[in-house]
Ligand binder design. Sequence first.
Ligand code: ADP
Ligand code: VHF
Length: 371
Amino acid sequence: MSSLLQNAHRIVVKVGSALVTNDGRGLDESAIERWAGQIAELRRMGREVILVSSGAVAEGVLRLGWEKRPQRVYEKQAAAAVGQMGLVQAYETHFRAYGIRTALVLLTHANLVDREQYLNARMTLNELLRLGIVPVINENDTVVTSEIKVGDNDTLGALVTNLVEADCLVILTDQKGLYTADPRKDPSADFVSSAEAGRPELEAMAGGAASSISTGGMITKILAAKRAARSGANTIIASGREENVLVRLAEGEAVGTHLYAASSKLHARKQWLADHLRMVGTVTIDAGAVSALRNGKSLLPVGVVGVEGDFVRGDVVGCVTEDGVEVARGLVNYSSDEARRLCRAHTEEIEERIGHLDRPELIHHDNMVLR
Ligand SMILES: Nc1ncnc2c1ncn2[C@@H]1O[C@H](COP(=O)(O)OP(=O)(O)O)[C@@H](O)[C@H]1O
Ligand SMILES: N[C@@H](CCC(=O)OP(=O)(O)O)C(=O)O
């Protein structure tokens, strides 16, 4: 079996507290140096990488001179705020040694459920990747309470995987991967080298967090793989203690547990669209646009003759013929006000008509289902 990372272009890597801290007290600079080195190698191989890193609370605990990880929410929030400074300093310094710039992106659950903020976060991350930057993501612990937080970085990694439509999520931890039972409690447990993400028997195998420095345990990793598979991404759970693990995976070596998504990225997106087809408005398109869509093309403003309804970027909009027959539905790239101003516009006229050019197409083919 070869590695699911071998052909992955866009990769989300999650490293847990156990891998970047000195047993939960302060950052392990040499470990961070090694992560930067491996990710730099992936970049040289032409891969795009987003890093989801824990470690803020552990570093904050050290900087504040506390004996152990605090229990009270406001203490953890204070520790995260102090420690995040050290975390970004460490990544910035070690990536710079490889000529790579980093960016800090702190997210909360609320950012990812709000449609506008979700789209903005997606655009920003896409732009950072286009600029060759490695985004370093953590939960914005300071502003979340237990009810509204993502809670663990395995889940955050999966949400980011969905957000940027990554090909693969790599969760690095202190075990070789998934075993049929928690190997700390049951030494006779068997290793699972590969399985389909989302299968219920995997959830039954996985237990909670083993140490006081970590939050999730194996169950959050298994659920993260299930969530990542919803956008067609594969997941690998592997040991961060294996020498050069990321590079070896990218070269095709099958280390760790490989949890593959049952459907492809494109199929998953179209399925998502089919399940979220609450249409907010429609655009009327001419005969040329109708045949373009049926031939697998995107909808350009030039083929649009009218706009009905009130919608914002990212809403689901129907495409109807001049006789009122629905041809397709999809996620629209412009608001209804902008779309009205863009009727019949050629691509080079878009900026002049609405003052900016986000995308040449009104609805991209990949974000569209034909009716
Ligand atoms: N079925 C299982 N297979 C492997 N590890 C498991 C399993 N069930 C529970 N675990 C525990 O999950 C731990 C990894 O999760 P966690 O401590 O949250 O690490 P991280 O900080 O990397 O997220 C392992 O050390 C292991 O004891
Ligand atoms: N946001 C927290 C980490 C939360 C978390 O999920 O930690 P872990 O279980 O070690 O991946 C921090 O930076 O300390």
